[in-house]
Design a binder for this molecule. Sequence first.
Ligand SMILES: Nc1ncnc2c1ncn2[C@@H]1O[C@H](COP(=O)(O)OP(=O)(O)OP(=O)(O)O)[C@@H](O)[C@H]1O
Length: 264
Amino acid sequence: MTSSDTPVLHELRNVVKRFGGVTAVNDLSMTVNRGTVHGLIGPNGAGKTTVINLITGLFDVSSGSILFQGQRTDTLEPHRIAALGISRTYQNVRLFSGMSVLEQVLTGCYLGRGTSLFASFLGTPDARRKWKASRETAMHLLERVGMADRAGELAETLSYGEQRRIEIARALGSDPKMLLLDEPTAGMNHAEASEIGKLVHELRDSGLTILMVEHNISLVTEFCETCTVINFGQLLAEGTPRTCIDNPDVQTAYFGKKRDALGL
Ligand SMILES: Nc1ncnc2c1ncn2[C@@H]1O[C@H](COP(=O)(O)OP(=O)(O)OP(=O)(O)O)[C@@H](O)[C@H]1O
């Protein structure tokens, strides 16, 4: 069986991450299947962002392995992992100040285009052609996230939800196969969050696989087909959001005893 025959796109195998005396991720194994929206949930400090940072190569694993399309990635530099097709957004919006919406997205469109800085500086025909292609790509990505009509505006003047969309467009600039979203609905009301959910489903339907860290459990049931719940860096439950929510260990660790208060 080749890696493209299996439903598994991404996998953590017995991953451990220690920061001095703190074990942030503790013998965690989890899989993400192709073409799904998979949630990674857990209480504050459970290790969710650390998992994202391990997947993208920002942190080295202490032990264990990480595989993308069957290939080990935990030994690779972040830019190599990105080039394989993994892209991310951050927990806090990270846009460049003073740049237009289009320029923000253009910064994400260079990966793999192969234009040297020198050629760009000289403005060679090849560099100009690639620049034009990048611009077209960026506009197309803004259309995908519903922001094409705001291309010329300064990104910092837009609402928080709109800035999140721009971040997602920028992350799509490297043409990823898997998108990691770290709390994409943080700070949003339910209507704004549902709009992001709609966008996430559109991206999945266009062929992307999405791993999202999400705090809001009702949004996980709304957005995700499957999820992994962690606590103290360890696997607590996995399966459909409903299976996880119904798991007594999850209710105790993540939701406290007051499950009814969640209205689930
Ligand atoms: N760079 C670091 N150095 C030291 N400890 C860290 C570092 N990054 C994370 N930790 C610790 O690892 C643990 C897991 O943190 P992490 O940010 O991954 O949790 P989280 O589930 O994303 O939390 P939250 O939901 O609050 O964002 C915490 O105890 C945290 O203090």
